[in-house]
Each structure stands twice: as C-alpha cells, then as structure tokens.
Design a binder for this molecule. Structure first.
Ligand code: HEC
Length: 185
C-alpha cells in the first residue's frame, strides 16, 4: 500500500514539474522571440534615419527587455557569443561548448531554428532548467557586426568596447545565443 502511495506521489510530482517546465519554456521562447523582433524593428527604423551611432545603444538596451524574466533570483537570462563585443557576454566553458556544437550542427545541415539546447538537472533540493537558443545574423546586423562596418561606427564601437570581437559575421551565421537558467524549488 505504502509503495503504491509513493509511486502515485512520485508520478504526480513529476507530472507537475514537467508542466512547470513547459510553462516556463513557453514563457522564455515568447520573450526571446519578442525581443528579437523588437530589436530588428527598432534597429531598422533607427538605421533608416541614418544615425548608426545612436543606434549602437539599441542592441544592448533592447536586450534588457529580457529582464522582465530576470526579475526573480530564480531565473537568469543573458546573451552570449563566442565572438563577443561586451565581455559581460562571454560564455562559460559549458556554454562555449554548446555554441561550438551549434556551429557544427549548422555546418552539417541542421535548420537554424533547431539550434536549441535544453537540459534539466535535479539534485536533492532543486531542479535546474537550462535553455540555450542560437541567434541568427540578419541583414540589418551587418551594419555593426558585418565585415564592412563603416569607420565611423567602428571608431565608436572601439571607444566602448576596446576588445570587440563581434565583427566579420555573414548573414545566416550564428551571432550568439540566449542562455536561460531557471531554478524550480
Ligand atoms: C547599431 C549597431 C548594432 C546593430 C545594427 C546590431 N548590433 Fe548587436 N551589438 C551592438 C553593440 C554595441 C553590442 C554590445 C551590447 C552590450 O554592451 O551588451 C551588441 C551586442 C550583441 C550581442 C551580445 C553578444 C556580444 O557580442 O556582446 C548579440 C547576441 C547581438 N549584438 C546580436 C545582434 C543581432 C542579431 C543584430 C541584428 C538583428 C544586431 N546585434 C545588430 C551593436 C549592434
């Protein structure tokens, strides 16, 4: 009898956690998609006005919308890149391995939208959910991350980011990724 009860409890508990994860995952994906769309739109508008230097702020400010999700200590969300501009966006060793595996997958024909890594780890007191999703280079990104960035823009970038590595990208390549960690307890 006891065994059945435990089994029952175990199943219910795990179903519930999976629901939590699905809910969290949907929220994360929706926020990421919204952020990317906003970023692209705002950049396009700003660049149409021709003021790239003032548009430089957009790529960091817009990403801060992600802090909606970041408002609890249980969730952290950041952007990472193997070729980062802001050293704060340097990947951890584990994240760097995942970004490299994304590069290999893309080379061997995986569709961009499928460059996603998910993992749940559980220890005695909590469950950690990790979600990493690649960010593609679009045309508008080339203004500041491509191989033909204007001197004026480059000069400005170097003032704020003297060790910038985030240039020479081509359309369709992996610019970086969103890296999300959520703790359930
Ligand atoms: C007007 C210039 C500009 C454009 C256009 C631009 N970015 Fe950025 N990008 C920056 C700057 C400046 C940073 C550093 C932001 C910071 O301090 O966090 C950055 C940082 C990033 C990062 C964080 C990793 C890193 O290198 O520090 C990602 C990812 C990124 N950009 C993706 C994109 C994508 C995708 C596009 C096109 C949709 C784009 N950017 C277009 C200027 C730009």
């Amino acid at each position: 009898m006891k065994i059945y009860f435990l089994l029952f409890y175990f199943i219910i508990f795990h179903l519930k956690s999976d629901d939590d994860i699905n809910y969290q995952e949907k929220l994360v994906i929706a926020t990421i998609n919204k952020t990317m769309k906003n970023l692209k739109n705002k950049l396009q508008i700003a660049l149409k006005d021709g003021d790239i230097v003032s548009a430089l702020k957009i790529c960091s400010v817009e990403a801060q919308d992600l802090t909606i999700l970041n408002s609890t200590e249980k969730t952290s969300i950041k952007r990472i890149s193997l070729k980062y501009r802001n050293p704060a966006n340097k990947p951890t060793k584990q994240e760097a391995l995942i970004l490299k595996s994304f590069e290999e997958k893309l080379q061997s024909g995986t569709e961009f939208k499928d460059l996603v890594f998910k993992k749940t780890t559980t220890n005695y007191k909590e469950k950690t959910y990790i979600f990493i999703k690649a960010i593609p280079v679009k045309e508008v990104c080339l203004n500041c991350h491509g191989s033909n960035v204007s001197n004026k823009v480059l000069r400005q970038i170097k003032i704020n980011y003297p060790d910038d590595k985030a240039i020479d990208f081509n359309i369709g390549e992996i610019r970086g990724a969103f890296s999300v960690r959520h703790i359930f307890n």
